[in-house]
Structures are given as C-alpha cells and as structure tokens.
Design a protein around this ligand. Structure first.
Ligand SMILES: Cc1ncc(COP(=O)(O)O)c(C=O)c1O
Length: 389
C-alpha cells in the first residue's frame, strides 16, 4: 500500500505486447519488461469504474464532446499546476504523434528544418522526416551537473532561415529533465528572435518529482512573443494511451484554424466513448492515484540510487517515470550492451541509442512499477555485472 492508501499493483493481465517484446528483444531469456513508457500498474480505480459503467450502458454511438475533455483537462491543470485556460485554445487530437505531424504540416513547409534535441523520444525524428522536412539535431549538453540545452548550438541552427520549428520535450523523455522557467525562457527567446515555431510536447507534465515543478511553455511564451503549441493529455500520467485522446493548447488563432481544418478534413475529432469516460474520471477523480504513482517512483529512484552495482549509475531524475541509466562504465559498444542487457541481465529496457546516437551507453528503465520488480531488476544487474568480471 502506498502512503495514499491506494493499492498499486501489477495488472493481472499485464498489457504487455508479447509480439513486440519478442521482436525487439528476442525470446527465451525470461525477460523482465520495463521498457514501455507507461506505468506497469493497474490504472486508477475511478477510471476502471468509469469504463465498466460506460460499457454497462449498452450504448456506444456517436459521442463527439471535445469540450467535455477540455473542461476536465483544465480543471486538472488548474488544480495541479495553477495553469489556467484563459486566452488559450484547446483542440482534441487522437494522439501526440498526430498532433506533431499536423503541426509540422500547418506551421512549416516541405524542406524546412525542424530542430530536435536528442537523446529524445524516438518518434520525433521520423515524424519530421516523413513530412519531408529535415530533422536538425541540436543534442542536449551533458555536463557534470547533468543534461542541459545547448543554447549556443540552438542559436546557430535557429538563425538559418530554413529552420522554422523546434520540438521541445518537457519534461524530457528520456533523461528526465524538468526544464526550469529560466531554461525555457532562454530557449523561447532564441526561437522568438529567429521566428522558430515551438511544438512543446508536455505529455509528461504531471510526472514531476518534488521539488521540481512543471513550467508550461505557455507561461514563458506569453512574455517571449514566440509562436507555440503545447501537447497534453492523460495518456502517460494515467497509463491510458490505448484508450484516450490527447489535447493541443495554443494561443495562436490562425494556427488553430489551420489545425482544425486538417482535423476536419480527415475527421480526426470523433471521440471514442470510452476515451471520454476514462479521461473525465482520470482528471476529476484520479489525483490520489497519481500522487501514489509519484511516491512509488520516488521510492524506486532511491532504490536505484542506492542499489545499482558499480559502475552503473542513475542520472538524476527530476520528472517522468523513466529512469536513465548510465552504463558507459561497462565499456560495451552499442550492440554488445543491448545483448548484455537482454541476455545477461535478462531485462527488456530501451537501449539508449534508440533515442539518438548520444544515448549510446545508456538505457531507459520504466520505474512506475511495483518496487519488488525494480528490486528484481537491480538483482539481475548485479548478477550480470559480476558475470563480466
Ligand atoms: C514525449 C512523448 N511524446 C509522445 C509520446 C507518444 O504519444 P502518442 O502515442 O499519443 O503519439 C510519448 C510516448 O512515450 C512520449 O514519451
């Protein structure tokens, strides 16, 4: 039981896609899967109840009520982050990937450059290149105090007139940085000076670990005079990627019109009746569950900090439930490290190079999971490190 008295358990029928586990990691090693960016936990009880009630209604016809999703979202944002909807437009989109693809289409031209800052979520680059734009890489800087923006590199790239957008990840998956107001203000200033549109992927916004606090890009954009749109939704916070829609927030009227025109052309706004029920229950009744997940994540962070065998270490985790493990001390090349993780440690983790070449030597582990699973992962890492001696 967590301190909030919420039972956080592994789902009885864990929603692990065995075929995809097999495809990525091979089989036969009794792998412990901690690689997908979602809680390895049963979802919040109010959400389960709402879905059961909705299923019991026996009626699943058209239910297009985007405003109901927006209202629940803003109630949550106001309560959790003190962020109000005033002056902002809220659009519904089936997924964050759909939103990024659509924003690239409406805010940039074919051949333009779109900046990404690896190591970063795997979908960003293919979303850019599939739209016939160029992915312009401005890797994060890794210093002794952890990861930061390379603002000098950003300025250089942003001043190229063909560079017209940047995809920001706040908090950043992977690496777990929760960007501060100062850092975001500097980034927004550069993008404002060079007229670079900021697509702020804030899907992990709720998953910040104390004392860190999420700063919505909207709040810094208000003073920087930069064009932006932010991507939100309940999917990562509540583990509802298989059922819920997501949201786009912006203050840009013209962009809103263009986004809506694509959504309407492709009929992208038809809510799923279960998604609506789940999102409302999550945002209006799921706060205790999220607090419990954050407390569990903090416990698991402490376990990794204390328990990882040398030379492995945890990069300081400020937000997300995605631990970024520094395995460079093992001295293994990319393929050997991936094989060592799956065959020697018997862990299905996301190898760091999936997130860009700067991630080589790292691995991402989902730690919104029962503590005994993280304990087991640590024990397997000990055995595998001993095996290298
Ligand atoms: C930062 C980030 N953005 C987007 C997504 C995926 O969102 P969707 O499945 O809605 O495209 C993920 C999933 O892990 C993510 O971590």
């Amino acid at each position: 039981m967590s301190e909030h008295n919420q039972p956080l358990v592994s789902p009885t029928a864990q929603a692990i896609d065995d075929a995809s586990l097999q495809r990525h990691f091979g089989g036969g090693h009794d792998l412990l899967p901690l690689w997908i960016a979602e809680p390895y936990l049963e979802v919040a009880p109010p959400v389960i109840e709402a879905l059961q009630d909705r299923a019991a209604s026996g009626w699943y016809g058209y239910e297009t009520r985007p405003e109901a999703l927006g209202d629940a979202f803003w109630t949550w944002m106001d309560r959790r982050h003190g962020w109000s909807r005033q002056g902002l437009r809220t659009l519904v989109s089936p997924s964050v990937g759909t939103s990024i693809g659509t924003l690239i289409e409406v805010a940039t031209e074919p051949g333009d450059g779109v900046i990404i800052q690896p190591p970063v979520f795997t979908d960003f680059k293919p979303l850019v290149t599939a739209s016939e734009r160029n992915a312009v890489r401005n890797p994060l800087a890794l210093g002794k105090d952890g990861y930061g923006f390379d603002l000098g590199g950003l300025e250089q790239q942003a001043m190229d007139p063909s560079t017209t957008a940047l995809i920001l990840c706040n908090p950043q998956n992977p690496v777990g940085r929760v960007w501060t107001e100062e850092e975001l203000t500097e980034l927004a200033g550069i993008c404002a000076r060079h007229d670079v549109f900021v697509i702020a992927d804030e899907i992990h916004a709720d998953l910040t670990l104390a004392p860190h606090r999420f700063t919505p890009f909207a709040t810094v954009a208000a003073t920087a005079d930069v064009k932006w749109a932010a991507l939100h939704g309940p999917i990562k916070t509540f583990g509802l990627a298989g059922v819920c829609d997501t949201l786009v927030v912006t203050d840009h009227g013209d962009l809103t019109d263009r986004f809506e025109s694509v959504s309407s052309r492709l009929h992208l706004t038809r809510n799923n009746v279960f998604g609506l029920a789940a999102a409302q229950a999550a945002y209006l009744e799921g706060a205790d569950w999220v607090d419990a997940v954050l407390a569990l994540t903090a416990t698991n962070v402490a376990m990794l900090q204390e328990g990882l065998p040398a030379p492995l270490r945890l990069i300081d985790l400020e937000g997300t439930y995605l631990a970024w493990l520094d395995l460079r001390g093992l001295g293994l090349e990319v393929p050997e490290l991936a094989t060592w993780l799956s065959e020697s440690a018997r862990l299905a983790l996301s190898p760091g190079h999936w997130f860009g070449r700067e991630g080589a030597g790292f691995a991402r582990m989902t730690i919104a999971a029962p503590t005994d699973q993280i304990e087991e992962a640590v024990a397997r890492l000990h055995t595998a490190v001993d095996g290298l001696a």
